[in-house]
Design a protein. Structure first.
Ligand SMILES: [Zn+2]
Length: 125
């Protein structure tokens, strides 16, 4: 690290550009903090000082191999979509946040089962 004289906001000044650059790549605060070796709190404080931000819903973590109901993630296309294989053998292109919050648990073949089990309360499957 280079020398700096001002102790007033040294972190913000040193890391601001890097943080903003990483944020443009849609990295989360935690991911940025880890890469720069600073705390998540510092990152979010610096980012929020830059004005309103679009919330980042995307989680860059790779879900490949994880199971959600009857679906197993076999390929991650991007931060929003992934390819899953259902227990029944069908492949399905799934909206990732729906997987994580439990809205989607099968390729659609579960829907019938849900209807039979829970009259009325049917999740989006
Ligand atoms: Zn299925």
């Amino acid at each position: 690290m280079g020398s700096y004289k001002s102790l007033k906001n040294p972190l913000s000044e040193r890391f601001q550009d890097q943080i903003l650059a990483l944020r443009k790549e849609r990295q989360t605060c935690a991911a940025i903090a880890q890469q720069l070796g600073i705390s998540t709190v510092t990152v979010s404080r610096i980012l929020s000082a830059q004005g309103p931000l679009r919330p980042l819903h995307a989680n860059p973590r790779d879900l490949t191999g994880e199971r959600f109901g009857k679906l197993v993630v076999v390929e991650q296309l991007n931060s929003k979509r992934c390819i899953c294989v259902c227990d029944c053998g069908k492949r399905k292109n799934v909206y990732r946040p729906s997987l994580k919050n439990g809205c989607i648990r099968s390729c659609g073949c579960l829907r019938g089962e849900w209807r039979q089990r829970l009259h009325g309360a049917r999740p989006r499957v």
